[in-house]
Write a protein that binds this ligand. Structure first.
Ligand SMILES: Cc1cc2nc3c(=O)[nH]c(=O)nc-3n(C[C@H](O)[C@H](O)[C@H](O)COP(=O)(O)OP(=O)(O)OC[C@H]3O[C@@H](n4cnc5c(N)ncnc54)[C@H](O)[C@@H]3O)c2cc1C
Ligand code: FES
Length: 261
């Protein structure tokens, strides 16, 4: 797998909701090599603060040489990213890690919770590169409020997906958990791919196990290097051995993960 350190150039930055941004970067080497589910490490500041690069999923990669990041401002690094303007540069390392493995045919169900929606748009784009009906790409999106997913739900619909939504406050779609939307689809599905809070993915992994539907999960952990060198991103595996999210993942078959530990 090819990895690049690339000085990307900001093409645009959109504010989708209060603290949610979509950043479009010209990064032709990373864009050409990227696979859905992979991530980049971004040097968010030009000084020593923050010292470490921050990991972000590749939200989209285009043949025109751009990649997109979808990010939520939660601290120093993401705040600096939100202040980037067109023409400025951002040093990236990537694409890193292992992405989603897809079955030869669908239907597929992509389930994203909160900022975990980020890698699923690139995945849906790749899946729908072959002409397929909307039922072959069911997308279920969950968030706290409508504001956080309204634009993303529109984007998935326009891509040709069948979209369902769930919000904690009932302001869009189902009032409750996004995992509540999955059971009616399960009997037809060839695979589920999910990214979001651990509790959400554990619930989805359980539903898939009960119905023998393969499930791929994209995990998050604190990362210092993103390259398998610092061992800071270890998570317990179902086989009793630790796995490194940056090298072995971030996408794992749900059966490889020890959800209850
Ligand atoms: C593989 C991978 C892909 C990711 N993709 C995205 C993405 O597409 N979009 C996005 O917005 N974020 C994504 N993240 C999370 C993102 O890396 C963090 O939000 C970012 O590093 C925060 O940096 P900061 O300097 O703004 O916050 P910091 O100042 O570093 O942290 C602020 C607070 O958030 C907590 N925190 C930071 N990182 C994490 C984490 N990974 N898990 C739990 N708590 C954390 C810290 O403990 C601290 O309390 C991803 C993480 C991983 C590992
Ligand atoms: S982040 Fe350093 S080993 Fe995974």
């Amino acid at each position: 797998m090819s990895e690049y350190q690339e000085n990307s150039v900001v093409e645009s930055i959109e504010r989708l909701a209060d603290a949610l941004y979509r950043l479009t970067l010209h990064a032709p080497c990373i864009a050409a090599a990227a696979k859905p589910g992979q991530f980049i490490m971004a040097a968010c500041g030009h000084s020593l603060d923050p010292l470490l690069r921050r990991p972000f999923s590749i939200h989209q990669a285009a043949t025109s040489g751009t990649i997109q990041l979808l990010f939520k401002v939660i601290g120093r690094g993401t705040n600096l990213l939100s202040e980037l303007r067109p023409g400025q540069s951002l040093s990236l390392l990537g694409p890193l890690g292992h992405g989603f493995q897809l079955p030869p045919s669908g239907p597929l169900c992509l389930i994203g919770g909160g900022i975990g929606i980020a890698p699923l748009f690139f995945l849906a784009t790749k899946w729908l590169q072959q002409p397929r009906p909307p039922e072959s790409c069911v997308v279920l999106l969950g968030s706290r409020t409508a504001e956080e997913i309204r634009q993303l739900a529109t984007d998935f619909s326009e891509l040709g997906c069948l979209v369902g939504t769930a919000t904690d406050d009932g302001s869009l779609g189902h009032h409750g958990l996004v995992s509540d939307l999955l059971p009616p689809f399960l009997s037809d599905l060839k695979q589920v791919c999910t990214c979001g809070p651990t509790a959400m993915m554990a619930a989805i992994a359980g539903l898939c196990r009960d119905t023998a539907v393969p499930c791929e999960t994209s995990l998050e952990s604190h990362m210092a290097c993103g390259l398998g060198a610092c061992l800071g991103c270890a998570i317990p595996g179902a086989d009793g051995h630790y796995k490194h999210v940056c090298k072995h993942g971030p996408v794992f078959n749900a059966e490889e993960v020890a959800w209850s530990r």
